[in-house]
Design a binder for this molecule. Structure first.
Ligand SMILES: Cc1cc2nc3c(=O)[nH]c(=O)nc-3n(C[C@H](O)[C@H](O)[C@H](O)COP(=O)(O)O)c2cc1C
Length: 78
């Protein structure tokens, strides 16, 4: 589970490089989906990623921080 985010982001970046879009989701019934996909007893679902051809552009996402606000080099000191 520790590496789920890395794996998901890699899948989403790979999808983009193949001309596809994607959307991660975890707001679903894990047990019901597990039954549908015949999830083995010793497996867990972390989240799902829908991958496919986008039908329209993503809408603008205001309020995101700039890279310089979230990337630190050599610690917090000024
Ligand atoms: C691991 C993960 C799980 C997510 N699960 C949901 C979800 O269950 N429902 C949801 O609306 N958005 C979920 N999101 C966020 C969506 O992927 C998406 O960014 C969000 O719905 C905003 O979409 P929008 O950009 O079209 O507004 C999840 C994101 C991540 C990274």
């Amino acid at each position: 589970m520790r590496s789920l985010g890395l794996a998901g982001q890699t899948i989403m970046l790979a999808a983009k490089s193949m001309g596809l879009d994607s959307c991660p989701m975890d707001g679903f019934d894990y047990e019901a989906v597990g039954k549908i996909i015949h999830l083995p007893e010793d497996h867990l679902i972390g989240y799902m990623i829908a991958v496919g051809k986008g039908t329209k552009d993503a809408w603008p996402r205001p309020g995101q921080l700039s890279a310089s606000e979230v990337i630190l080099e050599n610690g917090f000191g000024g």
